[in-house]
Design a protein around this ligand. Structure first.
Ligand code: SF4
Length: 670
């Protein structure tokens, strides 16, 4: 028997970044510094490898953009001129500004602004929530991503766990709809390839010919914002051709007849006219879907970011119910599995959520400039870079420029937002503090202890929010304040998960690692049925659920600007590591019609703003669509802003999500 000797400076960790895969990591540390990060096999999905984004983690941790100590603004707002101060001075300043805001305007004048950053379950919505709840601060609706998909999935299925990636090879048909695993969640790629080797067909639905589309049996490229009519046309055909599973609908669904009625107008011809997809291709897809079982739909988030996003996702998720695809391994759908875990978040916050006003993060610019009931006078931004990531970017910038606004940026690196802040605080990275994180694709929960020494004077969220609370006299005996206390509070409802985590560092949710939808996992609706036209969603959508809203394009702004994720960043995380400017991608026909050649400098504009970049011709885009990727920072264009300067701050039909892909623009050679 051979014994494997483990290096004492190699640790197991887990990736909490905003990615479905939740990789288990192997981290090599020398003298307190991380020198190498790779995958291991604790989470079987990781299979010993990780994406290149996280392999570059040491550059993020120790690069020139890392914030190493607290700093106070000394130059004009946005000038980037700061002076070093001590943590004591910084925390006193934050406490004083919060106290002043509360006394003058009430607690709602304080707005916490956060998303996910590299934070897991222990360092977000725990001690921070407690502080802001006790202050009576405004609450934040975190809707920039996944709000419409969440509303649709919960409305139809009440958080039913999805098909495990490991079960994809059992499928005869895989439909990738608005998801690009080559860029986000890479571990699905080899699984799909294996399924194809075993005979599965692959259909990719995406406005771009992404890598997997090149190897697919069918690629449908609907114009952005038209996934809804595409899905409804398939549903209509399934009913019309007698391919709908009426037995399943009778036993396990409500609203089947109403869905059929709402899909009725969407013939292949009409759907083709609106989506730009050939009617014959839609029919081929419908036929493939009807005839293949098991069939699994991997629904992503690309189709939600427009005015029809919620209804589109609902229609896509209705497909397996209408087509009778549930009840077998590898059959059904997967979207987000985050709802599969039962956490006691209220227990971790140790303070009831107050009924203070709710601010939608997608309208940050408007809120900073126009709300006066009361005005926001303290903006506390953490795990987030709103100046790069929120829609209507120039409005956000004007808001941050307000002289009477005190902005705190608590982050790991000097983000665009930090450059506009009044006070900057250095935050630890997940390898520098104790963390616990769950996957939203992989059905795993993992603990990851701190393995590296914090860079500079960086402190963890848990520590800093608890300390601000103490300075404001808001802490109480018994508040959970250590990682172990917080983990115990979060896991109070699941002794099994707590024991497994302690023993193995990894645990599955109660549905297990690979549930079968309508086999051993059922909708968490009150009657355990799928609700195909749920009343609440029908009331919420401005024209009713499944009602299509026309394209916002015009003669003046005819091009649809999309901003998909890339393999370089996770949202805007790691943006500082991209040294090159980002080009606008445009179809050769659109470029030619405007006298534009590859490498030309152009301006891209609409009524919200203008972005100056160079051009890259991309024949894999469909004509009429241009692309500036998600995750860019202001430094990545010649005009010092990003594609979000052109994105409207309108809402999706469900969940008040962001409509990034409703940006319509014109492009002109400079
Ligand atoms: S970002 Fe995703 S693929 Fe990359 S290491 Fe983290 S979980 Fe794995």
């Amino acid at each position: 028997m051979t014994t494997t000797l483990r290096d004492p400076d190699t640790f197991t960790s887990a990736c909490p970044l905003d990615c479905p895969d939740a990789c288990s990591l192997e981290v090599r540390v020398e003298e307190g510094r991380v020198v190498k990060v790779d995958g291991n096999r604790r989470n079987p999905l990781t299979d010993g490898y990780i994406c290149s984004k996280v392999r570059h983690l040491p550059e993020h941790l120790y690069g020139p953009d890392r914030i190493l100590h607290p700093a106070r603004r000394v130059g004009p707002k946005g000038s980037g001129e700061f002076e070093r101060i001590s943590w004591d001075e910084a925390l006193d300043l934050v406490a004083a500004k919060m106290r002043e805001a509360k006394e003058r305007h009430g607690g709602e004048a304080i707005l916490p602004f956060f998303y996910g950053g590299s934070n897991g379950l222990l360092t977000q919505e725990t001690t921070d929530a407690r502080l802001f709840y006790r202050l009576g601060a405004s609450r934040l609706a975190r809707t920039v991503c996944a709000a419409p998909t969440g509303r649709a999935a919960t409305g139809l299925y009440g958080k039913m766990a999805g098909v495990a990636f490991s079960d994809f090879p059992a499928a005869k048909l895989i439909v990738l709809w608005g998801a690009n695993p080559s860029a986000s969640g890479i571990h699905l790629v080899p699984i799909i390839q294996e399924a194809q080797r075993q005979g599965a067909r692959l259909v990719v639905i995406d406005p771009r010919r992404i890598n997997l589309a090149k190897k697919a049996d069918l690629h449908l490229a609907p114009r952005p914002g038209t996934d809804l009519p595409l899905a409804l046309a398939v549903i209509r055909w399934l009913f019309a051709e007698g391919k709908a599973d009426l037995d399943f609908l009778g036993d396990h669904a409500t609203g089947g007849d109403e869905l059929k009625r709402r899909a009725e107008p969407w013939t292949f011809a009409r759907a083709s006219e609106v989506t730009g997809v050939l009617a014959a291709d839609i029919e081929r897809f419908a036929y493939l879907y009807a005839e293949s079982s098991p069939a699994v739909v991997r629904c992503g988030w690309g189709l939600e970011r427009n005015r029809n996003g919620g209804s589109a996702v609902a229609a896509v998720l209705a497909l397996p119910a209408v087509g009778g695809k549930f009840g077998v391994r590898g059959g059904g759908y997967v979207l987000s599995n985050s709802g599969a875990f039962a956490f006691d978040r209220a227990g971790a916050a140790a303070e009831p959520e107050p009924r203070t006003r709710v601010i939608n993060m997608n309208r940050l610019g408007e809120v900073l400039l126009e709300r006066d009931d009361p005005p926001v006078t303290v903006l506390f931004s953490y795990n987030c870079n709103p100046l790069a990531t929120m829609p209507n970017q120039e409005k956000v910038r004007r808001g941050l420029a307000r002289e009477d606004l005190f902005t705190v940026a608590f982050d790991q690196v000097w983000t665009d937002t930090a450059m506009w802040a009044d006070l900057v605080l250095p935050a630890t990275h997940f390898l520098e503090h104790d963390e616990m994180s769950r996957g939203y694709g992989a059905l795993v929960l993992q603990r990851s202890p701190a393995v590296a020494t914090p860079a500079g004077e960086a402190r963890s969220n848990v520590e800093v929010f608890a300390e601000i609370g103490r300075r404001l006299g808001l802490s109480r005996p018994g508040d959970p304040e250590t990682a172990d206390d917080l983990a115990a509070a979060l896991l109070r409802r699941s002794e099994r998960m707590r024991t497994e985590l302690e023993r193995d560092g990894i645990a599955s949710p109660d549905c297990g690692p690979a549930p079968i939808q309508f086999g051993d996992s059922f909708p968490l609706t009150p009657d355990r049925k799928v609700h195909l036209v749920p009343e609440a969603l029908d009331r919420e959508a401005p024209y009713g659920l499944y009602a299509f809203q026309e394209d916002p394009g015009s003669e003046r702004y005819p091009l649809a600007l999309i901003s998909p994720a890339t393999s370089k960043t996770i949202s805007s995380t790691f943006g500082q590591l991209l040294r090159r400017k980002t080009p606008l991608e445009i179809h050769p026909a659109d470029a030619e019609g405007r006298g534009i050649a590859s490498g030309d400098a152009v301006r891209v504009w609409n009524e919200l703003g203008e972005v100056r970049v160079t051009v890259r011709l991309n024949p894999d885009l469909q004509a009429g669509v241009v692309l500036l990727p998600k995750g860019m920072w202001n430094r990545h264009t010649d005009s010092g802003n990003t594609g979000n300067a052109l994105a409207p701050d309108t809402y999706t039909d469900l969940g008040q999500g962001a409509c990034f892909n409703d940006a319509r623009v014109e492009v002109e050679k400079l």
